[in-house]
Design a protein around this ligand. Structure first.
Ligand code: NAP
Length: 344
């Protein structure tokens, strides 16, 4: 294997206004540092692009600090240890860590998790077995406290989080009503996931009427990935004592002005609805149960994974931007190198 002396990373060049453009990003060639004691040099093989990264591009402190201008972006990635300066890791170990958006990463050993077992594709640790999967799991099991026989509405239902929500909910015996933005995604949810009803919101002039028709018994749970008109429709149709898992509101992420809240929020009082925000990373204490259950569901075929893959670090910005155009079906991933290239 030839050892590189330089590497590439994507830096935030400017803060986006509205939908990000490729001009907001810089692909930079930089010197490859050596790992200090307690560190690893990792050749990244896959990296994740996620909608929440849009929030980190705004200069505003939230639950996670903003990205700094002129510095490499970061996010979940998997890779292979090329040099180890820590006794707990060996060359060739596959690891998951948080230094994506670069071909190589210097990772503190305590920030890396070794991927064991060879029967699960490593990039699954960025989707079903990673943050999206844990977020779906925590939202359903801990916040929504799902029960068989209930009806759940999930938006962005063919995406990284939504597709896992829909599948766990089906395996728990819920009636699942899904919303997506294309006929292909709707077909997959009906044919492969077995959801009970799908709304293609792009072809639906009246979302409230469409949801009322898809869920004539009302909804007991809303798993919100979209916000905006989806949240309003869910409030309109919800049953008394419904639980709303507020996971994401992607319809407003590129808005240049603050977005008005749902005009019918008073329904939450009338119907005693519990609306609860969810940050997946708050629920690492569920990791053991989550890993056991998710590996079981994956092996039993109860959770199927869809991926949309862009190749090469240079295409990471466009893959990220495409999330806001609905170009992904399942988890949006960037493949940074292949196993064949790794062995050269
Ligand atoms: P994703 O669903 O895989 O990808 C985003 C999808 O959102 C797109 O494919 C598109 O699907 C849909 N979308 C984009 N713009 C939209 C719009 N204006 N209106 C309606 N739908 C739109 O992404 P993900 O990673 O699973 O994230 C989904 C949501 O969960 C996001 O809001 C994200 O911020 C949130 N999230 C939250 C946490 C947490 O800890 N709270 C963790 C992970 C994700 P369609 O073609 O169906 O429109």
């Amino acid at each position: 294997m030839t050892m590189s002396t330089t590497t590439r990373e994507i830096r935030l060049k400017s803060r986006p206004h509205g939908l990000p453009t490729p001009d907001n990003f810089d692909l930079v060639e930089t010197t490859l540092a050596a790992p200090s004691p307690g560190q690893l040099l990792v050749r990244n093989t896959w990296m994740s692009v996620d909608p929440y990264m849009r929030g980190r591009m705004v200069d505003r402190e939230t639950y996670i600090p903003p990205f700094k201008l002129g510095e490499a972006l970061e996010g979940a990635a998997v890779g292979v240890v090329e040099r180890s300066n820590d006794p707990a890791f060996s060359i060739g170990d596959r690891v998951v860590h948080f230094s994506g958006w670069r071909d190589h990463a210097i990772v503190t050993a305590s920030d890396a998790t070794r991927i064991t077992g060879t029967d699960i594709a490593p990039q699954t640790y960025l989707s079903a077995l990673g943050f999206p999967g844990l977020t779906a799991y925590a939202g359903l099991m801990r916040i929504a406290e799902v029960k068989a026989g209930e009806t759940i509405f999930v938006s962005a239902a063919s995406g990284a989080v939504g597709s896992i929500v829909a599948q766990i909910a089906k395996s728990k015996g819920l009636r699942v009503v899904a919303s997506v933005g294309s006929a292909d995604k709707a077909k997959w949810l009906i044919d492969e996931v077995g959801v009970d009803a799908v709304i293609n919101y792009r072809e639906t002039p009246d979302l409230v009427a469409a949801l009322a028709q898809a869920a004539p018994e009302g909804i007991d749970i809303y798993f919100d990935n979209v916000g905006g008109n989806h949240l309003e429709a869910a409030l309109a149709i919800a049953n008394v004592n419904a639980r709303f898992v507020l996971c994401g509101m992607i319809s407003g992420y590129n808005a240049e002005q603050p977005q008005a809240g749902p005009s019918n929020i008073f329904a939450a009082i009338e119907k005693r609805i519990r609306l609860q925000g969810l940050i997946g990373a708050d629920h690492f204490d569920l990791s053991a149960d989550f890993n056991r259950d998710m590996i079981g569901w994956l092996k039993a075929g109860q959770v199927k994974i869809r991926e949309t893959v862009a190749d090469g670090l240079e295409n990471a910005p466009s893959a990220f931007i495409d999330l806001f155009k609905g170009a992904n079906h399942g988890k949006m991933l960037v493949r940074l190198t292949t196993d064949a290239a790794l062995s050269r």
